[in-house]
Design a protein around this ligand. Structure first.
Ligand SMILES: Nc1ncnc2c1ncn2[C@@H]1O[C@H](COP(=O)(O)OP(=O)(O)O)[C@@H](O)[C@H]1O
Ligand SMILES: [Mg+2]
Length: 238
């Protein structure tokens, strides 16, 4: 379970990027975090994962406090950021072993997972090339494989489908569904509404750093009968 309470972050004095945001993500669900560009999705996910320190507020991951027990809190999840341009000098396979070492995954488990995920995402044959030579989409895929290597209970993804080709997007959605069916928790941000609609159980709409809606997709549609998700989204984020 992820619990955010009163998270607040400003980059400048004039504006709060995230404003006293409270949210609970329950276990075994796929939650889509949706909002227009600049809504505060990435800032929230960075605070949630301990990359950015909040000005105020707390993050609890499976009851571990990100401020007080950062190592334990960070062991609970895998994270894929919206910027996959890191570890460029490592070969794909070296990066995956680095992640396996960090998360103390046994060699047999990691080899099995590396083969499974990299074959499904179509990067198995390029694992001996440096990440520097990868396209943006391939970099994203290697980061996804790295986040899955310790089979965390929680997977947090920032705009994971942006920039993936149709086959890989399909495969990633399958991986996400499979992950959730095994009782695990996924939170992913997106500004693509039909992706959210087809994949998630719960939806959380963020606008100007505040939560505008948090609940099931069905309840949202009941609240706005005969309205498409796109129209609802436009109304809520007006
Ligand atoms: N490093 C930064 N410095 C200054 N302002 C930033 C920075 N990162 C984000 N912002 C601002 O914070 C707000 C929220 O941005 P962000 O969290 O990236 O939104 P989203 O991911 O929903 O598009 C925006 O107004 C954005 O311009
Ligand atoms: Mg973003």
């Amino acid at each position: 379970m992820i619990q955010l309470s009163n998270l607040t972050k400003s980059y400048t004095k004039a504006k709060k990027a995230v404003d006293t945001l409270s949210l609970t993500i329950s276990d075994g669900s796929i939650t889509a975090f949706i909002g227009p560009n600049g809504a505060g999705k990435t800032t929230t996910l960075k605070m949630m994962t301990g990359i950015l320190k909040p000005d105020h507020g707390d993050v609890l991951i499976n009851s571990y406090s990100m401020a007080a027990q950062p190592i334990e809190a960070k062991k609970q999840f895998g994270f894929v950021s919206d910027n996959p341009d890191s570890f460029l000098r490592l070969k794909g396979i070296e990066y995956l072993h680095l992640m396996g070492d960090i998360y103390e995954v046994s060699m047999s488990d990691r080899l099995e997972r590396i083969e499974n995920y990299t074959k499904r995402l179509g990067i198995y044959d390029t694992l001996n090339d440096k990440i520097l030579s990868y396209s943006h989409g391939m970099r994203q895929k290697i980061m996804i494989c790295g986040a899955l290597i310790h089979q965390p209970n929680i997977l947090i993804l920032d705009e994971p489908l942006t920039g993936l080709d149709p086959q890989s997007a399909f495969e990633l959605k399958e991986i996400m569904r499979e992950f959730s069916r095994s009782g695990k928790t996924i939170l992913f941000s997106t500004h693509v509404l039909d992706v959210a609609e087809r994949l998630c159980d719960k939806i959380c709409i963020i606008h100007q750093g505040k939560i505008m809606y948090d609940g099931t997709l069905e309840a949202l549609k009941e609240q706005y009968p005969n309205t498409s998700l796109e129209e609802i989204f436009l109304k809520v984020t007006l």
